[in-house]
Design a protein around this ligand. Structure first.
Ligand SMILES: Cc1ncc(COP(=O)(O)O)c(C=O)c1O
Length: 345
């Protein structure tokens, strides 16, 4: 039985169990259905077994050794991957300006951080990809046990994960890929190649680009380390089944004909936006991140102009460029509005 079926069945029973809101919404009625489906892990229909089945099915879809559902974001997946890979005192190679969870993971593992830097594009004011050259000296000279790479970057710059995996294998280090911003990659040939089948661990936020609720995410594993045990060190024993069921539904949607059609439509809509805005420049490996600049504006000015004059809010801005993030839920109408605003610049 799928997770969602269990939730539908259980919410009709008289439950003398946790959670004690009794599947009612007397406290916050806007979340009526969320309360209704919020059941306990000890429920009669065995949602834990259903979760294991859903995760197994997901690993088949992604082509991984195992795939685990996360309800505390990519942050928890990255922490678990580091906890599984290294022991106290061992070294982890990580990007100096990575998301804070990378450093937190190293700290929690009692490991030793070794930092690498990335080249910054002067033209776009963004970090560029992680290369073999960025990492090899450290791997050669220090006893590195795990490497964390962010690909794509926030702005949509993608690294050659196959080359980085070969490098890590050569030096006996685990490769952990923070693919938080690339959860759509496994579902389209028109997007960059995902790390899910290549890296030892790949972590993706479903909530960032793939239509998931905050903070749903996935942890993909291709090695023999005990990732479930590592995850149990930081996970609650009372998971949110509505969120877990939403992950199951999310993956099924992305993998369905309907989901794939919607993704291809998004990609072709963004493609035509970029073609129609010949007054602007675009950059990046991932078409769904609209990294844009205009010769008459700094990135900050462009961001302010879009916000003040067009009521359009971007995701991230720097001195040279502005990034507008799109995902599976970004519709044609919204993109047309952005296109018109950019063409007017
Ligand atoms: C590159 C990167 N990695 C990891 C994370 C953490 O993801 P989550 O919010 O799903 O925990 C973020 C969040 O912004 C991020 O930008």
């Amino acid at each position: 039985m799928s997770l969602i079926k269990i939730l539908r069945k259980t919410c009709r029973k008289a439950l003398f169990t946790t959670p004690s809101h009794g599947q009612k919404y007397f406290i916050f009625n806007k979340f009526r259905n969320f309360y209704k489906y919020d059941i306990s892990e000890t429920d009669f229909y065995n949602p834990q077994e259903a979760l294991e089945k859903a995760e197994l099915q997901a690993s088949k879809i992604y082509g991984t050794k195992s795939t685990l559902f996360l309800t505390n974001g990519s942050s928890s997946g990255i922490i678990a991957a580091v906890l599984a890979s290294v022991s106290a005192g061992e070294k982890v190679l990580l990007w100096r300006n990575a998301h804070p969870c990378h450093n937190n993971a190293v700290k929690l593992a009692g490991a030793v951080p070794v930092y690498y830097d990335l080249q910054i594009s002067q033209e776009w004011d963004i970090p560029l990809k992680t290369t073999v050259e960025n990492l090899e000296t450290y791997l050669k000279n220090e006893k590195i046990k795990a490497v964390i790479v962010t690909s794509p970057t926030y702005e949509g710059i993608v690294s050659d994960i196959q080359a980085l995996k070969s490098l890590c294998s050569k030096y006996g280090a685990y490769l952990i890929v923070d693919e938080a911003h690339g959860a759509l990659y496994p579902f389209s040939e028109n997007l960059p190649e995902s790390a899910v089948k290549i890296a030892d661990f790949t972590i993706q936020s479903l909530h960032k680009t793939a239509g998931g609720l905050n903070p749903t995410a996935l942890l993909h594993c291709n090695c023999n380390l005990d990732i479930k045990k590592a995850l149990s060190l930081i996970n609650t024993t009372s998971p949110s089944y509505p969120l877990l069921a939403s992950i199951e539904a999310n993956i099924n949607f992305l993998n369905s004909k309907r989901g794939k059609k919607q993704l291809e439509l998004l990609i072709s809509n963004i493609k035509s936006l970029k073609e129609n805005c010949s007054n602007c420049e675009f950059f990046g490996d991932d078409i769904t991140k609209i990294l844009v600049k205009h010769k008459d504006y700094t990135g900050f000015e462009l961001s302010e102009h879009l916000y003040e004059k067009e009521n359009i809010e971007d995701e991230k801005t720097n001195s040279k460029s502005t990034m507008l993030l799109c995902g599976i839920g970004t519709g044609e109408k919204k993109l047309k509005r952005l296109e018109n605003a950019l063409r007017k610049l």
